[in-house]
Design a protein around this ligand. Structure first.
Ligand code: ZN
Length: 271
C-alpha cells in the first residue's frame, strides 16, 4: 500500500490533475478499508493508495476539498488541535516571519533538533523581543472541518502544538497526547489515527500513543510500505500540489526515495 502526504494546496488546477491521475491509476482507499485489512485480515485491493494531509492548513478547504468532494475521494487530514478555529500561525511560519525568510528557514531546521522546551522558550523570547506586528494566519474552523468530515474526510490527530515528539520529555508527551485526543473526542473527530509531526518517530512516543488509544500512526519517511503492514509505523511518500505528473509517477514507483539519498550525497560533495 502507498500513502501520500501533502501539506498546503495552493494550485487547485495541478492538484486536480494529480487527483484525476491517481483515480485512474490506483484504488484510493478509506480508513475503513485499512482497518478491515489490519483488524480482520481482509486483503487490500490491488494498487491501493491513501491520501493524507498534514497540519490542516486552511488552503485545504479552499483548494483541495472541492476537488476531493467532486471526485468522491476519501482522505485523512491530520490537524494540530490547539490551532483549530484560531488565527494562530504554525510555529515554523511564525519563526520565519520573525527572523526573515532566509535566516528563519535555516533556523527552523536547527530548532527542530533542539529539546522541545528550548524551542518553546526560544520562540517566546523572539516574540517578546520583536517589534513586528503579531503574525496572524487563519486556521480551519470547526465548521469547515465538519463539512469535510461529512464528505468522507477523516479529521485526525497531529498533536496539540506540533512539537517534535522525539525531542519531548515525558510530561510534554503526556500533555500533547492528552490534549489532542481530548479535543478531537470533544468535537467528534478521530483521535485514533495519528501522524508524527515532521515524521519524528521515537519508541517512547509510540508507547505513549498506544497508552492514549491511538491505533494507527503514520510516518513521514518517503517510503513505500512493503511486506506486512505495522499499523503504528505506516510509511508515507511526500508530494506537493505542484509536483508534475511525471514526478508523481516516479515517486509512486519507489525509485525516488531510493535515488534521493544518492543525489543528496552528490549534492553535498559538489558544495
Ligand atoms: Zn506537520
Amino acid at each position: 500500500m502507498k500513502v501520500l502526504v501533502y501539506h498546503k494546496i495552493h494550485d487547485k488546477t495541478q492538484f486536480e490533475k494529480q487527483i484525476k491521475f491517481l483515480k485512474r491509476s490506483y484504488n484510493i482507499i478509506d480508513p475503513t478499508c485499512l482497518e478491515d485489512h489490519l483488524c480482520h485480515g481482509k486483503s487490500l485491493p490491488e494498487n491501493s493508495l491513501m491520501i493524507t494531509f498534514d497540519d490542516g492548513d486552511s488552503t485545504l478547504y479552499k483548494n483541495a476539498f472541492p476537488v476531493l468532494k467532486r471526485e468522491n475521494i476519501p482522505a485523512i487530514i491530520f490537524v494540530i488541535t490547539n490551532l483549530i478555529g484560531t488565527n494562530e500561525p504554525f510555529w515554523w511560519d511564525e519563526l520565519e516571519y520573525l527572523l526573515g525568510e532566509e535566516e528563519g528557514n535555516n533556523k527552523v531546521w536547527e530548532v527542530k533538533t533542539w529539546p522541545n522546551k528550548k524551542r518553546v522558550q526560544y520562540l517566546q523570547e523572539l516574540r517578546s523581543k520583536s517589534n513586528k506586528e503579531q503574525y496572524k494566519y487563519p486556521q480551519l474552523s470547526i465548521q469547515e472541518l465538519k463539512e469535510m468530515q461529512h464528505a468522507n474526510i477523516l479529521i485526525a490527530n497531529h498533536t496539540h502544538t506540533h512539537p517534535m515528539l522525539d525531542k519531548c520529555e515525558e510530561d510534554e508527551l503526556e500533555e500533547e497526547l492528552f490534549n489532542s485526543t481530548e479535543k478531537l473526542k470533544e468535537r467528534n473527530f478521530n483521535y485514533q489515527y495519528f501522524a508524527y509531526p515532521n515524521g519524528n518517530y521515537s519508541e517512547r512516543a509510540e508507547k505513549k500513543l498506544v497508552q492514549h488509544g491511538i491505533k494507527y500512526s503514520f510516518l513521514f519517511d518517503h517510503k513505500i510500505n512493503t511486506g506486512k503492514l505495522n499499523p503504528l509505523r505506516i510509511s508515507r511518500l511526500k508530494v506537493n500540489d505542484n509536483t508534475p505528473i511525471w514526478k508523481l509517477k516516479f515517486i509512486l514507483s519507489g525509485w525516488h526515495s531510493r535515488v534521493l539519498p544518492v543525489t543528496r550525497t552528490l549534492g553535498k560533495l559538489r558544495r
